[in-house]
Design a protein around this ligand. Structure first.
Ligand SMILES: *Cc1c(COP(=O)(O)O)cnc(C)c1O
Length: 429
């Protein structure tokens, strides 16, 4: 508390809050929405939706995109497609993955793997690679050794900084497993020049309000299979059969993207590259501005080109002051020359700037306490919830302990970012 007060005295607050990431309006959005209005295509069909599906597939270098109401529903249909391909069509009241284990990214947003649970699957969490902050390929290999029956992997790219998803894909192929790629945060990022979203047997992208481009909401399922794209589209529109009346042979969902939302998304696509360039500039200013501090920015893996969606930092081990977190609170002891994410986030809040802790790893979440968790060195169980610095034995918990996301809005001014950098520097004084 005393520390926060010092910051208020030392640094003036921004009048307008600097957010983590906000939508960037472009006038074309309104034009396309107005077009839908004028032509009265105010429904879940229309030209905007057709165009978004075309553009999304082209940009991601896949054959087909299916426009859906968000990325979570896209992931759900990805997982359902994969599940039915692997295990056949389930009985009506059962999930496609009923009782089956599925390897999942551990350090990600829970939306990555919620759909595994919707379909009755059991997530097994795969530890994170310290050099990429994405799923660890060695831990995945280890997981196939420990659970040779597993046939499905769900892997996400973190904060728009991909790891070697091609390597994850190769391991899946070797073990006869399917890959669902959650590219929600990584649209426009590439691995050896190949677009994120093109690596999975089924992939998903997001147009949520804080993503690199947005339609306020929305998402697409991406695939190279026409049959699967058609099945996903059918599920998303209540699974109607081709008949004069409402005829149903399978359970349906109301997941289709609205033609208004599609208008907004369509108006954003021309700006994807511009947003990426702005986000890259933000990342590089942080990198330059934080030079000399005992911190590192998100790693950039050889051969990859991030979309720089969220700039994040990690504090060197020996520069961490003592920090303790339980299920809802965090405490720390300020120390000269040292800091911790809690201190940095509190300091940023005092000047009205928004940072965020790294995604809390799934194996540390109370609901997954009893699930398997596989690190490079073998099988583990979820840890206790009270987590104390220095007690780490897995990479995800360690990055969660020492890392945080920085204000990464592409509309932040250079002056605002300079002051944010100043406040972070002051934490280490
Ligand atoms: C944002 C996000 C999602 C969910 O996207 P929605 O469009 O909001 O459903 C899924 N996975 C990851 C990794 C995300 O960051």
């Amino acid at each position: 508390m005393i520390l926060a007060f010092d910051f208020v005295k030392k640094f003036e607050k921004f009048e307008d809050k600097v957010w983590l990431a906000t939508p960037t309006p472009h006038p074309e959005m309104l034009e396309y929405i107005k077009d839908a209005y004028d032509k009265n295509w105010m429904t879940t069909a229309g030209e905007n939706l057709n165009e978004v599906e075309k553009i999304a597939a082209e940009k991601a270098e896949v054959k087909y995109a299916v426009g859906l109401c968000n990325c979570t529903s896209a992931l759900h249909l990805c997982i359902k497609l994969a599940g039915e391909k692997l295990y056949g069509k389930p009985a009506i009241s059962h999930g496609a993955l009923e009782g089956k284990k599925v390897f999942c990214s551990d350090m990600t947003f829970d939306a990555t793997l919620n759909p595994v649970v919707y379909e009755g699957g059991i997530p097994v969490f795969i530890d994170t690679d310290a050099n990429s902050w994405n799923m660890d390929a060695d831990a995945l290999e280890k997981a196939f050794e420990l659970h040779p029956d597993v046939k499905l992997v769900v892997s996400a790219e973190l904060y728009g900084f991909p790891g070697r998803m091609d390597e994850i894909k190769r391991i899946c192929e070797k073990h006869g497993a399917l890959l669902v790629e959650d590219a929600a945060e990584a649209m426009g990022a590439t691995i050896d020049g190949k677009q994120c979203g093109s690596f999975g047997d089924y992939s998903a992208i997001s147009y949520n309000g804080n993503k690199i481009i947005t339609g306020t909401s929305g998402g697409c399922l991406l695939t190279n299979s026409l049959e699967d794209a058609n099945q996903a589209r059918k599920w998303s529109t209540q699974s109607r059969e081709n008949a004069p009346w409402y005829q149903h042979e399978q359970v349906g969902y109301n997941y289709r993207m609205s033609n208004f939302i599609a208008g907004a998304v369509r108006g954003q696509y021309p700006y994807l590259e511009e947003h990426i360039a702005q986000k890259k500039a933000v990342y590089e200013r942080y990198k330059e501005g934080l030079k000399g501090l005992p911190v590192k920015m998100n790693p950039i893996v050889d051969g990859t080109e991030p979309n720089y969606w969220l700039s994040s930092l990690i504090i060197d081990k020996n520069a961490m002051c003592k920090q303790v977190r339980d299920d809802s609170k965090a405490l720390y002891n300020p120390e000269k020359g040292k800091s911790c994410p809690t201190e940095i986030l509190e300091a940023l809040a005092t000047i009205n700037a928004e940072g965020r802790p790294i995604w809390k790893p799934m194996h540390m979440q109370p609901m997954y306490r009893l699930h398997d968790f596989v690190t490079k060195s073998g099988n583990g169980r979820a840890m206790t919830n009270a987590y104390i610095s220095g007690g780490v034995f897995d990479v995800g918990a360690d990055i969660f302990d020492r890392g945080c996301c920085l204000p990464s809005d592409n509309k932040m001014t250079k002056e605002q970012q300079d002051r944010i950098i100043e406040v972070i520097r002051a934490c280490f004084e």
